[in-house]
Design a binder for this molecule. Structure first.
Ligand SMILES: Nc1ncnc2c1ncn2[C@@H]1O[C@H](COP(=O)(O)OP(=O)(O)OP(=O)(O)O)[C@@H](O)[C@H]1O
Length: 622
């Protein structure tokens, strides 16, 4: 074969600018494309060996990347099918003409369709980093001659007989000396990004500028050819799952639970890891890694997986993913819907199984599952329909219950009213009062609990969620006879009257009742609906919205007629000086139980507290 010079022909227009600017916005992609070509060549060779069209010339398949920092070259070498001059003419010189279609046509009855999805542009991504590219190749076809092909970035090529003696292909990229990919760490990281779990061994070697040139550099295998998701779930151990999690997601944390996806029909294998609390607190977002035939495609699950799954760490491989031309994203399709549906169902079944069969363990890991399950139920109707029943809540008695279990437990006491705690510290006073009175409530302290409450109330209009400091009275009210009720009304009227003038806050209403615990003197309550309006107004106000036109109901100062101090206020012979101090103190104590005092109130409270201590000393001395 003589030497052939030419200008690359293109199918429609000059695609170099497209390659450089549009299709491959990420430079790393040339590594993926060239290694994918090596892999394709090996698969084609294996297919031919299987059908006896090609002699079994190679013992082991290999892909090797060799960096030479002296010559500023990067070589991609494989022992795949190789090319003869005709094939180079067809598949390389005529750009945008993929050989995959030809290959499939020729052997369509004998090979599987895993080679589909090739677009005939990948090879030219080499020009994203190289100003000259060489191909040295020897085809596996009998009596083939080796070919040497070289091309500069002006699209001028030269093709002549080469000197390659072993079947396969070497692509040599001539690059600038400062190119980041000449550094083995950088190149290793990129190979790892796309091919960490590729089934064919990929070796990297580097001849550095200072090394003795006679010595061939050490080769290092970069990838794990047998990732855990490929294995049958029955053969995988707990230690293997954890080790794989830490390696694949680069973390030292351990997952609390995992799920092995394995569906031959959909061609899907993968792992869903449920992250632990610490990992959640560090970063609310999880990681999604999608592979196709063990080649990394994307970490962008948007549109592919339901949004809520992005809270967990998911890695999966799907043989038939409908890929976009750049192979970096996935097209929406029916097949994709089935995959998504399968994953959502599997996640729901895993949670169901753990809840039903390992309730104690489920409760142990609940803090880690809590935000994920609740958020998912808010976001995804299908998922909610499976999983809503497995939401559990910690109670004041430090037990975990589902909503149904709680409703069953309280049905004789406060039917359908669910008391909840939204802030353990702020509502500590109410919590201890509830505990003393033997009334249970649920901890709903996560931000996701507020929208969840709204959703549950909308779903079942009989349910009423009352924060522990709202509607306190009905929970703790003593059961009274008619006569006793009449007495309460009378005492209440007297107390309301005596507080007049003392309370300047127009948002404060005084009420009195007999509560089942004597220890409580005064407590501030706000009707649940009014409190929700108040919270919303405060939230809008914080975002700068003018809220002056909005208003909400009054805070209620509830006085417990069973308490000694309150009882004292009804004593007609008590001195006005002392009763006024007690009344003011009762108001402030009630306010403190709910929120902090304003500056002036706090100062008055401290002065008054000191005065009370002085009175105590005076009394002791008397
Ligand atoms: N290492 C190789 N060994 C054998 N043939 C190769 C090799 N690299 C490229 N080729 C041939 O060149 C053709 C063009 O490669 P190119 O990467 O541009 O397109 P493709 O692999 O067909 O599709 P894609 O754009 O998806 O990569 C390939 O189809 C293949 O026939």
């Amino acid at each position: 074969m003589g030497s052939i010079n030419g200008k690359l022909s293109v199918e429609s227009e000059n695609i170099f600018p497209i390659i450089k600017q549009w299709l491959y916005t990420e430079q790393d992609i040339f590594v993926r494309e060239l290694i994918s070509n090596c892999a394709d060549a090996i698969s084609k060779r294996d297919s031919l060996i299987k059908i006896g069209t090609c002699q079994n010339y190679a013992v082991n398949s290999f892909i090797c990347i060799e960096i030479n920092q002296t010559e500023n070259t990067i070589k991609f070498m494989d022992n795949g099918i190789g090319m003869d001059a005709d094939e180079i003419e067809r598949y390389i010189n005529q750009i945008a003409f993929s050989s995959a279609a030809d290959f499939l046509n020729q052997y369509k009855d004998n090979v599987d369709n895993s080679l589909i999805g090739h677009f005939g542009l990948g090879f030219y991504s080499a020009f994203m980093v190289a100003d000259k590219v060489e191909i040295d190749t020897l085809s596996c076809k009998p009596k083939s001659k080796p070919v040497h092909w070289t091309c500069d970035c002006e699209m001028n090529y030269k093709m002549e007989e080469g000197n390659k003696s072993e079947i396969g292909t070497t692509i040599t990229l001539h690059v600038e000396s400062d190119l980041q990919y000449l550094k083995p760490q950088r190149m290793g990281a990129v190979i790892n990004k796309y091919f960490a779990f590729f089934p064919i061994p990929i070796e990297l070697s580097c001849k550095d500028a200072l090394a003795d040139t006679a010595e061939s550099p050490e080769k290092k295998q970069i990838n794990d050819t047998n990732p855990l998701w490929v294995k049958n779930p029955e053969d995988c151990t707990r230690a293997e799952y954890i080790a794989f999690y830490q390696k694949a997601f680069n973390t030292h944390t351990e997952p609390v639970l995992w799920l092995h996806l394995y569906n031959e029909e959909l061609g899907i294998k993968g792992l869903v890891y449920f992250r632990n609390e610490d990992s959640f607190n560090q970063n609310i977002d999880g990681q999604i890694k999608i592979y196709s035939n063990q080649v990394y495609i994307t970490n962008e699950g948007k549109g592919l997986l339901p949004e809520f799954l992005s809270l967990q760490n998911v890695i999966f491989d799907c043989t038939d993913l409908p890929l976009m031309a750049s192979r970096s994203s996935v097209q929406k399709s029916e097949a994709l819907n089935s995959i998504t549906h399968y994953i959502v169902e599997q996640v729901a079944f895993k949670l169901y199984g753990t809840f039903e069969c390992e309730r104690e363990f489920y409760e142990e890991i609940w803090n880690s599952l809590n935000p994920f399950i609740k958020f998912s139920c808010l976001k995804d109707k299908l998922f909610a329909s499976y999983v809503e029943k497995f939401i559990i809540f910690r109670t004041l008695r430090d037990k975990y219950v589902t909503l149904n279990e709680y409703l069953e437990q309280i049905k004789d006491k406060h039917q359908n009213i669910i008391y909840y705690v939204s802030d353990e510290i702020q509502q500590a006073h109410y919590i201890s009062t509830f505990k003393k009175a033997g009334i249970d409530a649920l901890y709903m302290t996560h931000v996701v609990d507020q929208p969840l409450i709204k959703k549950l109330e909308m779903k079942d209009t009989n349910l009423r969620f009352n924060r522990i400091d709202s509607d306190f009275c009905s929970a703790l009210k003593e059961k009274l006879t008619e006569d006793e009720e009449a007495k309460v009304t009378e005492d209440e009227a007297r107390l309301v009257n005596s507080f007049k003038g003392l309370v300047e806050d127009k948002h404060l209403t005084v009420k009195a009742d007999r509560l089942i615990t004597k220890e409580i003197s005064s407590i501030m309550i706000l009707d649940e609906e009014e409190r929700r309006v108040k919270d919303a107004i405060e939230m809008y106000s914080a975002t700068g919205i003018d809220v002056s036109k909005f208003s909400y109901g009054n805070d209620i100062l509830l006085l417990n007629l069973n308490n000694k101090l309150v009882h004292f206020l009804l004593n007609p012979s008590a001195s006005e000086k002392v009763t006024n101090i007690i009344k003011m103190q009762l108001i402030d104590i009630a306010r403190l139980g709910q929120e902090t005092l304003e500056a002036e109130q706090m100062s008055a409270f401290i002065d008054r507290s000191n005065m009370i201590l002085e009175l105590a000393i005076e009394r002791d001395n008397a």
